[in-house]
Every structure is written in C-alpha cells, then in structure tokens.
Write a protein that binds this ligand. Structure first.
Ligand SMILES: Cc1cc2nc3c(=O)[nH]c(=O)nc-3n(C[C@H](O)[C@H](O)[C@H](O)COP(=O)(O)O)c2cc1C
Length: 364
C-alpha cells in the first residue's frame, strides 16, 4: 500500500503530502474499522517487547517522535502502525501559524529533511479537544513549547500553562527547548535559564501530581548541537531537578554532513541519517554524565534496527523515529522492533528487555 503511494507522495510538495497523510490518519483514528485495518496491515507485524521506563510499561521501545502529529488527532492510527507509544505536539498555549511556507524540504539522496516549521500549532484548547477523543490504549507523551510571541524571559509561563492543561491527558510530558526554529528557544538550554525553567516546571509538576493523584513523568528534549560542557551542565540540572528522562536529540543546525546537496542551505533543522552519528554521540555523552540513572530516549536518523541498536548501545532505553517513517514507510516500525527483539534474544535475554538494557548500560 505504502509502496504504491510513495512515488506519488514524494513528487508532491513535502508539506502537502505530509498534510494529506496526516488527514488520512486522523480520519482513520476516528474509525474503529480504520484502526483495525492499520493494525492488521502494519501493527500486527511488530512483536511484543515490553519495557518499563519512567514507571511506564511500553509494549515496545520504539516510539513516534514529536512533530509528525502536532494537532494530536492522528495518534490512534499512528499507534496502530506498531509504535510502542506516540509523542504528540509540540503544542503551544495559543494557536499560531508557524513560519511561512515553504518550510519543509527533502534531501532525497540522503533520505533527510530540513524543516523550519516554527511550531505551527492549533493551540491548547483545540489540542485538548483532540486528546479527549483519543482512546487511552495508546500511550501518549505530550510535547510542549512556547509561542513565538512570548519573550524568552517569560518562557516559563507558556510551559506552565501547557503543563497545567495537558497533565491529565499525558502519560509523560516533554519540555521542548531544542527546536532551532523558534527564535532564542535554544537559549533555554543555557545553565542559568535552564535551572530556573526546570525549577518552575518540576515544582508545578509535583503539585499537579499530588492534585491529580498520578505521577506524570517529565522529559527534557535537547539539541544535538551541544559541546561537552553543555551536556555536562544539562545532565547536572536534570539530576538536580529530578527530571525523569532526556530525549536526545532534536534536529541539527549543522550542515557538515550534507554540504553541497540541493536544499542544504535552507534555514532550519536537519533530520534523518545525516543527524544520526551526531545524535548518538550526544546520547553517549549524556549517558556518561547521567550514570545510567536517568533514562535516555534516543532519536536521530533511525532508519533500521541496526541504527536503533546503536542508539541503545550508546545508552538509550527507548528510541523514537520521525524521518525514517517518511522515507521507509510504516514497515520500518515492525522492522526496528523485531530487530531489537532479535538482538535481545541473541544476547541471551529472551524478552527480558530490562536485563538486556542493564547489561548494555552497565558503567563499571
Ligand atoms: C518536519 C519536522 C517537524 C518536527 N517538529 C517537531 C516538534 O514540533 N517538536 C519536537 O520536539 N521535535 C520536532 N521534530 C524533531 C523530531 O521529533 C526528531 O527529534 C528529529 O527529527 C530527529 O529524528 P529523525 O531523524 O528520526 O527525524 C520535527 C522534525 C521534523 C522532520
């Protein structure tokens, strides 16, 4: 099915084909027959490989990365493709259009994407209405951000507004301070700003956890464009504020891996295979700093089981995919899950993912 549609989709403008697919998946999400059909075609192929991370029992360690379903209306269909969970958003407090089009570019020869969407978001109210309609059987992380018009010094207000609103609907919440497409957003990764932001967010999360009688873990999503000192500073703050996991990484502003290719000069974040090794190095550096205590969600250029395995070997306990899904199609999900299950079995751990991960991540 996907192989038939792919040539057509690849000839269309990237954002138009994205919108077409997402609106199809949103329609399927509202139809039990649609969900069943997707599960039969794709999801059923993925073996069960349960793993408990942040206190959440994931059916497998391969999730959908944020940004594909920014409106939160296609999560049920995306879950039916075999993902262990989906991350929805980034959502901002108020609706905003994002940057002018075109703002998504394919670097076809490298199966990569450059995007400068700029948090196009339907805003919290409409996003929450979509979440209400989503069945609870798909695990969902909710990725939150700030409006472009909010000055970066007041960013905490936006994150807190988002956290308040999504807490009851989320299995975990991701604090996205790493998009390159919202001016000054990445400044929030800087030591003092991050300390203050994490203090505000973790304090509010504690209060919401008590009020709602349910702990919703917090994940911090970081950029790949960090030096060792920055990684160390971020890891220290993550530990100090009890952040439950780090998602590494978002897209890169580096063009080293794609110099000279068509569209390589477009402004924005680069994703897909050219990001892969950079992201894996950040995961390894974070893992060294976090001492295996705080789990890592590994993201960046995963287009095969082997690429996912390298993220896990570097220190990730879960992985997420975005660009690989665009170029390889939904069959990639089961391919990656089943490849990881095989690796776990070969290592002598059958389906005991926890034992497998702890051997891989052993520090000593
Ligand atoms: C078009 C596009 C939009 C994205 N939007 C978001 C977003 O809204 N929030 C976010 O945290 N990450 C966003 N990302 C980043 C992805 O979640 C992921 O971190 C990155 O693409 C690296 O993974 P990949 O190489 O598998 O795509 C976006 C990526 C793409 C390609």
């Amino acid at each position: 099915m996907y192989l038939l549609a792919k040539p057509l989709l690849m000839r269309m403008d990237p954002e138009r084909s994205h919108d077409l697919v997402i609106s199809g998946l949103a329609r399927a999400s509202r139809s039990p027959a649609g969900i069943r059909a997707l599960r039969a075609a794709w999801g059923r192929r993925a073996t069960s490989l349960p793993v408990k991370v942040m206190g959440i029992e994931f059916p497998n360690p391969v999730g959908l990365a944020a940004g594909l379903d920014k409106q939160g209306n296609a999560g049920a269909a995306l879950g039916a493709l075999g993902f262990g969970w989906v991350e929805l958003g980034t959502v901002t407090p108020l609706p905003q259009d994002g940057n002018p089009r075109p703002r998504m570019f394919r670097l076809v020869t490298r199966e990569a994407i450059i995007n400068r969407m700029g948090f196009n978001s339907i805003g919290l109210d409409a996003f929450l209405a979509n979440l209400e309609a989503m069945p609870r059987d798909v695990i969902r992380g909710i990725n939150i951000g700030k409006n472009a018009a909010t000055p970066v010094e007041r960013a905490a207000d936006d994150y807190l507004a988002c956290l308040d609103a999504v807490h009851r609907h989320a299995d975990y919440v991701t604090i996205n301070i790493s998009s390159p497409n919202t001016r000054n957003l990445r400044d929030l990764q800087e030591d003092r700003a991050l300390d203050a932001l994490l203090e505000a967010i973790s304090t509010r999360a504690d209060a919401l956890n008590s009020k709602n009688g349910r702990k919703v873990p917090l994940v911090l999503k970081v950029a790949p464009d960090l030096d060792d000192g920055q990684v160390q500073a971020i890891a220290n703050l993550v530990k100090r504020h009890g952040i439950d996991a780090v998602a590494a990484t978002n897209t890169t502003i580096s063009r080293d891996a794609v110099t000279g290719l068509p569209h390589a000069d477009e402004t924005g974040g680069l994703s897909g295979p050219p990001l892969r090794d950079l992201a894996t190095r950040i995961i390894a550096a974070l893992h060294a700093e976090l001492g295996g205590v705080t789990p890592i969600i590994g993201i960046g250029g995963i287009d095969s089981a082997d690429a996912a395995l390298r993220k896990i070997s570097a220190g990730a306990s879960l992985v997420q995919i975005y660009t690989g899904l665009i170029y390889r199609g939904p069959g990639l999900v089961a391919e990656v899950v089943n490849g990881l299950a095989r690796a776990c079995r070969y290592a002598g751990h059958d389906n005991d993912t926890a034992a497998w991960l702890s051997t891989l991540h052993d520090h000593d």
